[in-house]
Design a protein around this ligand. Structure first.
Ligand SMILES: *Cc1c(COP(=O)(O)O)cnc(C)c1O
Length: 386
């Protein structure tokens, strides 16, 4: 028996590889602090857990869920969206609950790309866009995000679109660079997509994690975006719900329908108890979101402050749960990550894992407890200061 080429040729998923390294070190007795993966360390808000506890005990949730998500959840999403972004959505045609946004992002490639098609993929970027593009048999056209432009797209370099380019992936606030976009920046993306007849797929997983007065816009605030854009949201980061697997797509009805049609053939929806938890998160008190922003801002300040004392020249990022830094002496991203692991017992994500545009950078995640982050920064200072 042989495994299909599409699987055999996949690179190991970046974090699966990091996990293996960490396990190896820990088995050897080392105290390793991982600032690798972005996975909130704080628990899901108590009222959300309580809603789920009740829902799990209700036999009404034990049967196959709806393929299109509970109508109550779609309505809760539309209400939340209108309150947050001032954009009103039709819960029946412009909202689709997802088994986590990663699932929807990956499946969108299969709904919009035929073999031989092309998709524009941010470089560096969250690996799923490029991998799913390749799995669908399409070609990824890298979209450069130059540091000197604040890691915003260089639209001139994206002119290589052809008649076979179908999809434009974007993500703000950005993983891994922590870049943020204004409504005007998103407007440029919408205009580019409209000009070239592309579907703009905007990943807004970090829309709620922003600092210093910056508020992340939705691409759907841009006039005309509803015709060309689908936006992916997640409860994972904003509500500390990574383990629950719940997110949603909103926007162009045609794209929502295509994704839903594909999914009815591949999965059978989201456990209703998890959907009820999501309703509780979206409709319940939002004070925890402010507390979460505060927590990450303090951690960001600790990390950026430490690194700048060591000679870096970083602007504190305005969004996401990451700090993105160049390697200090021109090392490759892998060499510098190895150096921090060897000398400090600290794991960071090498930038090359996010595409060739990430070479020369590493990503630090702010999702570890305050005392461990402080310890990690002390160790990094010692290791790099030498
Ligand atoms: C974490 C992350 C996601 C995945 O979110 P889930 O809803 O947990 O699948 C999507 N996009 C980006 C950029 C992320 O960093």
């Amino acid at each position: 028996m042989r495994v299909a080429r599409r699987v055999a040729s996949l690179p190991p998923y970046l974090f699966a590889e990091l996990d293996r390294k960490i396990a190896e070190r820990r088995a050897g007795g080392e105290d390793i602090i991982s600032l690798g993966v972005g996975d909130p360390d704080r628990p899901t808000p108590a009222h959300v857990v309580e809603a789920a506890r009740e829902a799990v005990a209700d036999p009404a949730t034990h049967r196959y869920p709806s393929y299109y998500g509970m109508p109550e959840l779609r309505r809760a999403v539309a209400t939340w969206f209108e309150g947050r972004f001032g954009v009103s959505l039709d819960p029946d045609t412009e909202v689709l609950p997802l088994i986590g946004s990663k699932e929807g992002l990956a499946h969108l490639a299969f709904a919009y790309l035929d073999p031989g098609d092309q998709a524009i993929v941010p470089d560096p970027g969250y690996p799923v866009y490029g991998i799913a593009t390749g799995l669908a048999g399409a070609e990824a056209l890298p979209l450069p995000l130059p540091a000197e432009r604040g890691f915003l797209p260089d639209w001139d370099a994206a002119r290589a679109v052809t008649g076979r380019t179908r999809l434009l992936w974007l993500n703000f606030p950005t993983n891994p660079t922590a870049a943020v976009a204004t409504e005007e920046d998103l407007g440029r993306a919408v205009a580019f997509a409209a000009e070239h007849d592309l579907l703009l797929a905007h990943d807004a997983a970090y829309s709620e994690i922003t600092f210093d007065g910056y508020v992340a816009p939705s691409v759907l605030q841009v006039p005309g975006a509803r015709d060309v854009a689908i936006e992916f949201h997640s409860l994972s980061k904003g509500y500390n719900m990574t383990g629950w697997r719940i997110g949603f797509a909103v926007g162009a009805a045609e794209a929502v329908k295509a994704l839903a049609t594909l999914k009815t053939n591949l999965d059978s929806g989201i456990f209703d108890a998890v959907q009820r938890a999501a309703i509780a998160a979206l409709e319940g008190p939002q004070d925890h979101v402010a507390a979460m922003r505060d927590l990450y801002r303090k951690r960001r300040d600790l990390v950026v402050g430490t690194l700048n004392r060591l000679g870096w020249d970083l602007e504190p990022p305005l969004g996401s749960i990451y700090v993105w830094l160049p390697t200090p002496n021109g090392e490759t991203s892998a060499d510098f990550a190895d150096l921090l692991l060897d000398r400090a017992g600290v794991v960071v994500a090498p930038g090359l894992g996010y595409g060739s545009g990430g070479e020369g950078y590493v990503r630090i995640s702010l999702t570890v407890a305050d005392d461990r982050l402080a310890e990690a920064m002390d160790r990094v200072a010692e290791a790099v200061g030498r």
